[in-house]
Ligand binder design. Structure first.
Ligand code: KG4
Ligand code: ZN
Length: 333
């Protein structure tokens, strides 16, 4: 079975062809990062305009790389939310048009569900039930995955997403955009214990990262008169910030896995690429006899292959969408 999938929820235009749910024949991703860089964050209006410019060539490229034509496609999958409405709309319109003209099913996929399914694009997949920590620029959710299509969101962020906190701290320190990979790299040179930032632990499995971000800003503002912003200073600062974020993410994930009798924790979303998070989670999981699953980085950040994978399981259950499918900015799973 061949699914053509489309993902345009944020600032990446992506199309993929996924065979039988796990074999990625193509996964083309056009990043808009260059256009948003100078603003230090995503500008929704620019994002939707750029999606319109590249969506058709990206879909063609995905078919070409998979060595198939439209006529080989059995279903068309698309992200319907959560995300930026204008961006989602571009992918949804393209998917509807293709599905309608080919007479094949249309499958709307929740973006967060897609992130979870990045863990099913590899040979080694987690057994149910498992805990999935979805950490990206727009989301931070701890999800109990009971079975295919059966989820319970245990907690989510009450303010900034983890990646958003990385991006905002990097913007404040003039380190560049997106902040996550830059901080990840610079933090390796620093001492994670140089500054002790408070670890916010809201009740249950919720998260809160805006306090850590503000603590970094306050720390720097207090020092500003005398401080020299040497590379060493910045490395210590971002390393300490990162340690605080990672400690909270890991602590809550392990706690959830134990409380819900899960044997494994799967990572998803752009921040899953973070080396400190991966290392700390591996270490703590081992201490608690838990397994950790981390998809390859190309499937952690936004991509259409994960949407095609999730859609395959929906196809098996005949969970199709109709042509009224519309963007849902705050869609939940
Ligand atoms: O999943 P994604 O591509 O898009 C969203 O759905 O948001 O995630 C992008 C986010 C950005 O905030 C970026 O700074 C962060 O993931 N990110 C990282 C790393 N690589 C990407 N954060 C920390 N460490 C990284 N290595
Ligand atoms: Zn995402």
């Amino acid at each position: 079975m061949l699914i053509l999938s489309i993902e345009t929820s944020c600032d990446e235009t992506s199309a993929a062809v996924v065979k039988n749910g796990s074999e990625v024949l193509s996964n083309v991703v056009a990043s808009q990062v260059e256009f948003h860089k100078k603003y230090g964050g995503i500008v929704p209006e620019i994002a939707s305009r750029k999606h319109i410019e590249v969506i058709n060539p990206i879909i063609k490229e995905a078919l070409d790389q998979a060595n198939i034509t439209f006529n080989d496609v059995n279903a068309v999958a698309v992200t319907y939310g959560p995300g930026l409405v204008g961006s989602l709309l571009v992918g949804i319109c393209a998917a509807k048009a293709i599905a309608w003209s080919l007479g094949v099913p249309l499958i709307g996929v929740n973006h967060l569900e897609g992130h979870i399914y990045a863990n099913f694009l590899t040979q080694n997949t987690p057994a149910f039930p498992f805990i999935c920590l979805i950490v990206s620029g727009g989301h931070t959710s701890l999800v109990l995955v009971k079975d295919h299509g059966k989820y319970e969101t245990l907690g989510r962020t009450r303010d900034d997403a983890a990646g958003e906190a990385y991006d905002k701290v990097a913007r404040f320190l003039n380190l560049g955009y997106p902040g996550g990979p830059i901080i990840d790299k610079l933090a390796k040179e620093g001492n994670p214990n140089a500054v002790r930032f408070t670890r916010p632990m809201p009740e249950g499995y919720d998260f809160s990262f805006s306090g850590i971000k503000t603590a970094v800003v306050n720390y720097v503002n207090k020092l500003q008169e005398t401080a020299t912003f040497s590379r060493r200073f910045l490395a210590d600062l971002v390393s300490s910030f990162q340690q605080a974020v990672v400690d909270v993410l890991v602590e809550k994930s392990i706690r959830a896995a134990r409380a819900y009798n899960c044997e494994s924790i799967a990572l998803a979303g752009g921040v899953a690429a973070n080396s400190a998070l991966r290392n700390r989670l591996e270490t703590k999981a081992k201490e608690n006899e838990l397994e950790v699953y981390t998809p390859p980085v190309k499937y952690c950040t936004d991509n259409a292959a994960m949407i095609g994978c999730a859609a395959c399981y929906k196809f098996q259950d005949s969970k199709f969408s109709d042509l009224k499918l519309s963007p849902v900015a705050n869609a939940k799973i």
